[in-house]
Design a protein around this ligand. Structure first.
Ligand code: PLP
Length: 377
């Protein structure tokens, strides 16, 4: 059997990771400024993460949700405290798309409506509903194009108000910061308007924090920079530092009923051990503060680089618009051994581990400036 060939990937076989570095089977070492799509939050092979998972494997790796699992309760409690949503409830699942799919379903059950308002440029995942609210027709099959969805322009308050006023809407879903679309931030005014319009029209406000959450932007969730509260928050990537775990964080105003949601693997003992290790490390090593400090430092060092047409983002979720982005990205990898990401054809996307150090940020800056000719090669 061969692989179903859907990925346009680098021919690099990674075999090791430690902190912010990864290495391949030929012994080449790379600085990881992308964290495998923003997944690596506390760094590769963190000792506490290994300890927690290894210990759990010796106890119990998995049992289904047919039994009470107090590790889920402990994880929910810690997540509540660290995120500031301690009066909300947590449903655990396995991926960002699945979290969004469940969030849409909860909103629809609660409101008994089915239409969703999403934002132009959005990416919410590749399952049926998540893809329907993703603004990229190329990814969508006829099967998932059948949902009732309207897209409004990011930050267009009057378009949002017009759609929401039709009173047939279950939910509005907004990414904390749009990642795949090029690190595009919703404005504070827009988020505040969305919060109040949703409240007055009894529509559920869902914040997709799959990429922008878990401390990445310098707050636990990116929408907290705007001082708003969502009815439902979805989270995934950084939550397990690579172990598949995702969450739907749900307002206490939305009541659960037995059988409303479900999953076989979601919230397994092993997944909870990974999730606890991440939260404990974020707290212990003050990684949210580190994201603010080093994100600000990186931007301050790059802001005058003439090769950069625009810098966007917060904390360690940064987009740099470059004339020749694919070439710069290739040079960073091939000449300087630095992994980065991209959005579209012109944005270099930086999502390093939240545990990145100043020395490692300097390594990136030095390489970038050599490529853009500020420092002579
Ligand atoms: C904002 C956002 N939501 C949802 C997803 C989907 O997550 P997953 O690939 O874990 O299903 C992604 C993935 O990139 C994302 O960036």
């Amino acid at each position: 059997m061969e692989l179903f060939n859907v990925y346009n990937c680098y021919d690099i076989n990674l075999v090791n990771g430690k902190g912010s570095y990864i290495s391949d089977d030929k012994g080449n070492k790379y600085l990881d400024f992308y964290g495998g799509h923003g997944v690596i939050s506390i760094g590769h092979s963190h000792p506490h993460y290994i300890f927690r998972i290894e210990h759990q494997l010796h106890c119990l790796g998995f049992y289904s949700n047919a039994v009470r699992n107090d590790m889920q309760e402990k994880l929910a409690s810690k997540l509540g405290v660290l995120s500031g949503y301690d009066d909300y409830n947590l449903f655990l699942c396995n991926s960002g798309a699945e979290a969004n799919e469940n969030a849409l379903k909860v909103a629809s059950f609660h409101t008994r409506k089915s239409k969703i308002i999403a934002i132009k440029g959005a990416f919410h995942g590749r399952s049926s509903g998540a893809l329907a609210i993703t603004d990229n027709p190329v990814l969508s099959s006829d099967f998932n194009a059948k949902h009732e969805v309207v897209f409004v322009e990011m930050n267009d308050i009057s378009a949002l108000e017009k759609e929401i006023s039709k009173n047939d809407v279950a939910a509005v879903i907004i990414e904390g910061i749009q990642g795949v679309n090029g690190v595009i931030e919703p404005g504070t005014e827009f988020l505040k308007a969305a919060e109040s319009l949703c409240k007055s029209h009894k529509v559920i406000l869902i914040l997709d924090e799959v990429q922008s959450g878990y401390g990445r932007t310098g707050k636990f969730f990116a929408h907290q920079h705007a001082g708003i509260k969502a009815d439902i928050i979805t989270t995934a990537k950084g939550m397990g530092n690579g172990f598949p775990i995702a969450g739907v964080i749900i307002s206490p105003a939305i009541k659960a009923w037995s059988g409303m949601l479900g999953t076989t693997f979601g919230g397994s003992h092993l997944a909870c051990a990974a999730g606890m290790a991440v939260l404990e490390t974020i707290e212990e090593e003050k990684l949210i503060e580190n994201a603010t400090e080093l994100g600000d430092y990186l931007i301050s060092k790059l802001k005058d680089d003439k090769a950069i047409k625009a810098i966007r983002g917060k904390g360690l979720m940064i987009g740099l618009d470059l004339e020749n982005m694919p070439k710069v990205r290739k040079q960073l990898l091939e000449e300087f051994g630095i992994f980065t990401g991209s959005s579209g054809s012109s944005t270099l996307r930086l999502l390093p581990p939240l545990s990145i150090t100043k020395k490692e940020v300097d390594q990136f800056i030095h390489a970038f400036q050599k490529i853009t000719q500020i420092v002579p090669v």
